[in-house]
Design a protein around this ligand. Structure first.
Ligand SMILES: *[C@@H]1O[C@H](CO)[C@@H](O)[C@H](O)[C@H]1NC(C)=O
Ligand SMILES: *[C@@H]1O[C@H](CO)[C@@H](O)[C@H](O)[C@H]1NC(C)=O
Length: 129
């Protein structure tokens, strides 16, 4: 309960910051919140393997506030490794980005968060040895 509450608070905070930035921008831009299409629930990734993180480009606005993406690992609903993202500075309109599965304790409650204009979390998936 506590964990997911603080996780939500974090998103509320990020959203507030981004909203402030968007409203400060002189050009009208739309927020792009791309749903992650891989990994999904049931995905099993092996430590050290290369994997594509993919997301939907169905609703890409003409003007994107922040076209640079960041992928961060989460566990048990909490962001881990915010200071050490799995990927960053890639073009979010690519729709996918290849990452190396990090060396972490094997568990089935990992998720990825894709940040661009806003944050979007994947379903929980498994990382194994
Ligand atoms: C990721 O997707 C690209 C394009 O479909 C493909 O060429 C590449 O081999 C994929 N990488 C992995 C690790 O599957
Ligand atoms: C992933 O796991 C966390 C912690 O167990 C839980 O709070 C969260 O709701 C789960 N996410 C999904 C999409 O099931």
């Amino acid at each position: 309960m506590m964990a997911s509450t603080s996780f939500m608070n974090f998103f509320v905070f990020i959203f507030a910051v981004l909203s402030a930035l968007v409203s400060a921008s002189p050009i009208k831009r739309d927020v792009f919140v791309p749903p992650i299409t891989s990994p999904t629930a049931g995905t099993v990734w092996t430590i050290g393997s290369r994997q594509n993180v993919t997301w939907s480009l169905d609703n890409v606005p003409a003007q994107i506030t922040n076209p640079k993406g960041v992928i961060v690992l989460a566990k048990d609903g909490l962001l881990i490794g915010l200071d050490n993202p799995l990927a960053q500075d890639f073009d979010i309109t690519l729709g996918r980005f290849e990452i190396t599965v990090p060396v972490v304790a094997p568990a089935d409650d990992y998720a990825l968060v894709l940040f661009g204009d806003s944050g979007n979390i994947s379903p929980n998936f498994t990382i194994t040895n």
